[in-house]
Design a protein around this ligand. Structure first.
Ligand code: B12
Ligand code: SF4
Length: 582
């Protein structure tokens, strides 16, 4: 008798835009690490023959952000195999409504479905009962998976194959060790659907801090767990034969990874002595420059862009959100340290802390432009994400929150603000992009790049995407991609399927308009870049942000002075000095 097949189809769902169409592209810009992790876990189950020697476990993986999912064909493939299931992977709250629709269609075709990711885990970890949408999934017969799947995947596969799967698998109280855990890896044809062919891995999970807006501590725990340098080398070596060497390292703060030095040393060796052309995007905190050698080694290991959790520059807001570890008086020194090793800096900024007003936000963005040598800035609405302390508190107090999970993408108002109306807050969000990405500021950032020896082309390209994603494509840059696809029939339930005679002409006009706007923006930025590069004095450019920083206490940054009365009296804080200066 020949071998049987058990086919597992993994889908990382996208979510709906405001018109109800699935947000998807020919190419997406950021890889899905959840998909790589779950794929890696199942690949190792297949290798270990988790269903016995006579059953082959076949795996398919798709990121819906860059691939249109043909539900009927996928269901047929599982049925033709004689067994299998669909895994909806890494489903965040904003993706849950879309995931539920996919689940509904697969369940209608008689296919088992399991859902995992931050929405399921965050809700189960923080709420006293299952919310309505998780109950709806259960009513469809969908298996809910909460917690991490390392060491648990084989049992789940066996349960599904034997038709004895439980409605809920909950491992939230038992975080697996990451050392020697299965590695995240995806086939090349999945990775090449991401711009720059970036793959991803997480070298650590968990975080000791307690930011009230964050879900990570309540899902991955406050005890950090790490991969080793050997694990990371295994990840790099698994990708190398596929010609993949660019990685987005998804640790929320790689600088806090206990194994950072061993990992970077190993990557430096692979790069400098073994010819692997590794490139890294890292996420770090605002104090990483205090760790001796961290920034220098990160650059030597191939880091060319770094995401920094700046969140806000007003100490009062940071305190309010329990983000006490962010010390604004360190920001400039930290950013300058990255510039010295020619790494592009990129920061997230949250709008809508309780004391924020349109005026204070406008002032703060101007301060950042003038005084912080930051390249890319991206904005988010402060959002009570399911799984966060903020969400739990509002839920328990019965404060109204948007019941539509599709809106929990940090681009929508989900609950009322203390000082701003919903409309004022939305306007603040729109204005923030326009205020930071003026042509004059794009020029300033490019001038700073020339003076620091950072590649201007890369900065200009990334600035174009961040400046225009929300304004041209109507989505946040992290959800943006190359060439938007809209499938007429994949519209959110409750919204009409448009007649093809109307849909396609409208789409054609929309497409041409969008392409024209991108071209015009690209051309404008290209002209700015040429002008900046042609300046013979470019290398000598200095401004308030790039000037040597007042680290010796003789001088105080102007922006620290602005917030002098809000800076807490903690060790190293320049409060009194700043107060005097102001
Ligand atoms: C990398 C990352 C991204 C990347 C890639 C997305 C991805 N998920 O791969 C990018 C930059 C695209 C991104 C964007 C966004 N992100 Co994000 N992101 C992360 C980050 C830092 C790491 C994700 C990750 O790889 N985790 C490790 C994986 C392995 O964990 P996991 O997904 O939970 O999967 C494990 C288990 O859940 C389980 N599992 C998962 N799926 C399945 C399926 C089955 C069948 C089974 C059995 C098990 C299983 O097994 C896995 C292995 O143990 C997390 C924070 C974090 N520490 O996780 C935020 C996080 C997931 N993101 C978040 C948000 C809000 C967003 C955005 C909406 C906001 C924004 N504008 O930035 C966008 C959405 C865009 C989009 N289309 O995805 C929130 C989600 C919170 C929530 N309740 O929804 C998080 C938690 C951060 C936070 N702010 O709290 N993100
Ligand atoms: S926002 Fe960052 S620092 Fe704060 S708890 Fe979450 S992961 Fe930790």
């Amino acid at each position: 008798m020949g071998k049987r097949e058990f086919r597992i189809i993994l889908v990382k769902p996208s979510h709906y835009d405001d018109d109800g169409y699935v947000i998807q592209w020919r190419l997406s810009t950021i890889p899905s690490n959840s998909l790589a992790s779950v794929h890696g876990l199942i690949a190792s189950c297949a290798e270990e023959q988790a269903l016995g020697p006579d059953v082959d476990i076949a795996i398919e993986a798709y990121d819906e952000c860059n691939t249109v999912i043909d539900v009927r064909a996928a269901a047929r493939r599982i049925k033709a195999a004689g067994g299998g299931f669909v895994g909806l992977v890494g489903v965040q709250s904003n993706q849950f409504p879309r995931a539920l629709e996919l689940a509904r269609a697969f369940r209608a075709a008689g296919v088992p479905v399991a859902i995992g990711g931050f929405h399921v885990s965050g809700c189960i970890s923080m709420l006293p009962e299952l919310p309505r949408d998780l109950k709806e999934a259960q009513a469809l017969g969908v298996i809910l998976f909460a917690g991490e799947a390392e060491g648990r995947m084989a049992d789940l596969i066996r349960d599904i194959a034997a038709d004895r799967a439980k409605p809920v698998y909950n491992f939230l109280n038992d975080m697996p060790d990451m050392e020697a855990a299965a590695i995240p890896v995806l086939p090349r044809h999945v990775v090449t659907r991401v711009v720059g062919h970036y793959a991803s891995f997480d070298a650590g999970r968990g975080c000791p801090f307690q930011c009230s807006f964050c879900t990570i501590i309540n899902v991955q725990g406050r005890k950090s767990r790490y991969r080793t340098a050997d694990d990371v080398e295994a990840i790099v070596r698994a990708h190398a034969p596929q010609g993949i060497s660019h990685y987005f390292v998804t640790d929320d703060n790689f600088a806090r990874n206990r194994n950072w030095e061993a990992i970077l040393d190993r990557l430096i060796d692979l790069r400098e002595n073994q010819g692997l052309r590794i490139k890294l995007i890292l996420q770090v905190d605002t104090l990483c420059h205090k760790i001796p050698n961290f920034i220098e080694k990160a650059a030597r290991a191939g880091c060319n862009a770094v995401f920094i959790g700046l969140e806000n520059i007003n100490p009062e807001s940071l305190q309010g959100a329990k983000k006490r570890q962010n010390k604004i008086w360190e920001y400039r020194v930290m950013l300058q340290a990255w510039r010295r090793v020619k790494v592009m800096t990129w920061a997230g900024y949250i709008l809508g802390f309780p004391t924020d007003t349109p005026e204070s936000i406008a002032r703060d963005i101007e301060i950042i432009k003038k005084e912080l040598p930051l390249d890319i800035l991206e904005f988010f609405f402060l959002t009570p994400l399911p799984g966060s302390e903020d969400h739990k508190n509002l839920y328990l107090k019965g404060v109204p929150m948007d019941p539509d999970m599709n809106n929990y993408d940090l681009e929508h108002v989900c609950t009322a603000h203390a000082q701003m109306s919903d409309d004022a807050w939305r306007q603040v969000y729109r204005d923030a992009w326009a205020r930071y990405y003026t042509d004059a500021h794009v020029e300033t950032v490019l001038r700073r790049a020339v003076a620091s020896g950072i590649k201007t082309r890369k900065i200009a390209d990334v600035m174009a995407v961040f400046s225009a994603a929300s304004r041209i494509e109507g989505v946040h840059p992290l959800q943006c991609g190359v060439l938007r696809r809209k499938v007429r029939t994949q519209r959110r339930p409750g919204m009409p399927i448009v007649n093809p005679l109307v849909f396609y002409p409208v789409r054609a006009v929309e497409f041409v308009t969008v392409v024209a706007r991108w071209l015009s923006l690209g051309l404008r930025y290209h002209r700015i870049k040429r002008r900046v590069e042609a300046d013979p004095l470019g290398a000598a450019y200095v401004d308030d942000a790039t000037r040597a920083s007042p680290v010796d206490g003789t001088e105080t940054d102007d922006f620290v002075a602005v917030f002098a009365d809000k800076i807490p009296d903690t060790h190293g804080a320049p409060k009194r000095r700043a107060a005097l200066a102001s």
